[in-house]
Design a protein around this ligand. Structure first.
Ligand SMILES: [Zn+2]
Length: 275
């Protein structure tokens, strides 16, 4: 349904340019219809309601045979029959393809906003003709949308898993451990380091589970189950306020399955329920 590309392609069958559809974004929020689930607006509706005709647009990919563009609006303008919402509020309401499209839209707009000038020489950047990149003509540096890889893990020990409470979480809410991968580090080394720093444990075998775009603002979450190896829980007291082993059928309040942490926990529970 959604085919990403940095440039629009003509229709394979007719050679014609398909219709356009639009995803308006403003201040990190998405324009949502008051009546139907979130998705792109078709061109006729968008022309009728567009309060900022000069707003920058970026091609996102093919959406149901239409060319889909994100439109970067200023200051959350009023659009009749619509309201603005952050993507976090839409978690669990969007299927995977729509979530991916929303994540891409937000990250492309951030990239445009944050790379107007070259970080090396300070000259204004220009859009690359073929790739999703900005180019500094004087010094040749290119800027692609910035992704920040993060590792996220649920540590398992027989029928128990380790979940942690971060001071920023709501009360009694526990989740997987997560942290940014540092420059020069492998994913596996980052996971072992984060686990040891946050809860003082050593983990053994790692089992890759899956990944999720997390555009708040540009993380790519890379999820693993990690087998406990040695050590006693010793929390760092900063990022982690409390961490405990929980049996699969006695879990505290955990993230929903629309998040990768929720999926990691759910998969662990299902493995023990089934056998
Ligand atoms: Zn430059």
């Amino acid at each position: 349904m959604f085919i990403p590309s940095s440039q629009p392609q003509p229709s394979a069958t007719t050679g014609e340019q398909p219709n356009r559809c639009y995803l308006p974004v403003s201040n990190g929020q998405l324009l949502c219809s008051d009546d139907v689930p979130w998705g792109p607006l078709d061109a006729s509706l968008w022309r009728f309601s567009n309060p900022q005709l000069d707003a920058p647009q970026f091609y996102l990919g093919d959406y149901r045979g239409q060319h889909c563009y994100v439109v970067a609006l200023r200051d959350l303008p009023d659009v009749h029959g619509h309201h603005w919402q952050g993507l976090r509020n839409l978690l669990g309401l969007l299927d995977e393809a729509h979530y991916e499209m929303a994540a891409r839209a937000l990250q492309v707009v951030n990239w445009d906003r944050d790379h107007r000038f070259c970080g090396r020489c300070g000259a204004p950047t220009e859009s690359h003709e073929e790739e999703r990149a900005k180019v500094c003509q004087p010094c040749g540096l290119q800027f692609y949308p910035r992704l920040s890889p993060c590792v996220i893990t649920v540590i398992t020990r027989d029928d128990h898993c380790l979940l942690a409470h971060n001071p920023a979480f709501p009360a009694r809410f526990f989740s997987a451990l997560a942290g940014f991968i540092e420059a020069g580090e492998t994913i596996e080394a980052a996971l072992r380091r984060e686990v040891f720093e946050e809860v003082g444990l050593n983990v053994g075998r790692l089992h890759y589970f899956g990944s999720q775009a997390w555009p708040f603002p540009g993380q790519l979450m890379i999820g693993f189950h990690a087998e406990y190896e040695s050590g006693d829980i010793a929390i760092d007291g900063i990022e982690i306020e409390e961490a405990n082993w929980y049996r699969y059928d006695q879990l505290p309040l955990v993230p929903p399955p629309s998040t990768l942490s929720g999926q990691l926990i759910q998969a662990f529970v299902q493995r023990h329920q089934s056998g």
